[in-house]
Ligand binder design. Structure first.
Ligand SMILES: Nc1nc2c(ncn2[C@@H]2O[C@H](COP(=O)(O)OP(=O)(O)OP(=O)(O)O)[C@@H](O)[C@H]2O)c(=O)[nH]1
Ligand SMILES: [Mg+2]
Length: 358
């Protein structure tokens, strides 16, 4: 089971992206990946949000802080099937937790772990196998003059950098940086800018482009076609267009398939190593027991030899105890032989060598 954490600041597009991804891959089409919802919660999450986007033609509500939605799909591709668990939680919580603290400090991590508002979330994130970090450029471009000001900009920046600093040592190349809602930046898409350069240009303070040079970077738009509408508050807003398509979800799916396969291979490595360690322990125990049995058998034979000699001497001196000692010697010989015969058989090791780490 690959546990995939999707992190991103408020309105970075987590809920919409997960919904659209699940719907776009919900049918088996040739050799394409296929996503199968595995529980009622996952199906309800996808269907309700999709209904909202395509029938009500509006956006799903923002995820309330404190909510931690665990969604479970089975990803089938190229004859393989991978369990895939995704988390959805509020971007506001992400900013509060990662934007304001330095989680790489174990004291800070431990303190936050006991905080009921984020402890359970951090515990889940610590078990994640893959990280997908969403970036909404709107959070970073021309943000200094926004009402929430420089403070929010700084926290959003550190949230991304802090999350990478925290997860990258453990997850290594199982991390993707995904620019979302890129339909809003046609100049970047049409100009075919490399996403790494976009990172360097628009989030220079984070230094992510230079520190994490091998991260997978991509851009997607779950709902690139929108149209102007007037909301209940008489304010104009952009709503999803009818029959909207999606841009570049394939690159995100390709990354997902690849990392799910890596997680599976890692799990198999760990299982092989666990079995090898178990076999080795069994073998060492059997060796120890065999040694103890041999020692007991030798001890019995020693006593038997001694009793035999003394018994014969006594018999030679017409002492009746000699007969008893000889019977005892025979009994001890039999006991020793039984001990020796019952010693555990130490099998030849047949353990595969540990596989190289991926
Ligand atoms: N143009 C465009 N807008 C999008 C797209 N995806 C999301 N949005 C906009 O971004 C808003 C937030 O999307 P969500 O998916 O709810 O964002 P979120 O990251 O789940 O937000 P929180 O739940 O607050 O963390 C939506 O209400 C839309 O206005 C997209 O692909 N294109
Ligand atoms: Mg959400």
């Amino acid at each position: 089971m690959a546990r995939i954490a999707i992190l991103g600041t408020r309105e970075s597009g987590k809920t919409v992206l997960m919904t659209v991804l699940a719907k776009r891959y919900q049918n088996r089409v040739g050799n394409e990946p296929f996503l199968k919802a595995m529980d009622p919660r996952t199906m309800a999450f996808t269907e309700k949000n999709w209904h909202r986007l395509t029938v009500e033609r509006d956006w799903p509500p923002l995820t309330p802080p404190g909510e931690l939605m665990q969604l479970h799909w089975e990803l089938e591709h190229a004859g393989q099937s991978h369990g895939m668990q995704l988390f959805d939680f509020a971007g506001e919580t992400f900013r509060q937790v990662f934007g304001k603290h330095q989680l790489t400090d174990p004291a800070v991590r431990n303190r936050l772990g006991t905080d009921p508002s984020c402890g359970p979330l951090l515990a889940e994130l610590d078990r994640a196998d893959v990280l997908v970090l969403l970036i909404n450029l709107r959070d970073f471009i021309n943000r200094n003059n926004a009402p929430d000001g420089l403070e929010h900009l700084l926290e959003n920046q550190w949230a991304l950098r802090g999350a990478l600093d925290y997860f990258a040592p453990r997850l290594k190349n199982r991390i993707a940086l995904v620019f979302t809602q890129i339909d809003q930046y046609p100049e970047l898409v049409n100009g075919r800018r490399m996403w790494r350069d976009v990172l360097r240009e628009h989030l220079p303070a984070t230094q992510i482009a230079d520190i994490y040079q091998n991260l997978s970077c991509m851009g997607v738009a779950a709902v690139p076609e929108t149209e102007l509408a007037v909301g209940a508050d008489r304010q104009p807003f952009l709503r999803p267009a009818a029959n909207f398509s999606s841009w570049f979800l394939e690159s995100l799916m390709e990354f997902t398939v690849k990392t799910c396969a890596v997680v599976r291979a890692d799990e198999e490595d760990r299982e092989a190593q666990r079995i090898a360690a178990q076999l080795l322990a069994d073998e060492q125990r059997a060796e120890q027991e065999a040694k103890e049995c041999k020692a007991k058998a030798l001890q019995s034979l020693g006593w038997a030899g001694g009793s035999l000699v003394v018994g014969l001497l006594l018999l030679a001196n017409r002492n009746d105890w000699g007969g008893l000692l000889i019977i005892g010697a025979v009994a001890m010989t039999i006991h020793g032989a039984v001990q020796f015969g019952n010693r555990p058989v130490v099998r030849q090791r047949n353990v595969p060598p540990p596989l190289p780490k991926r």
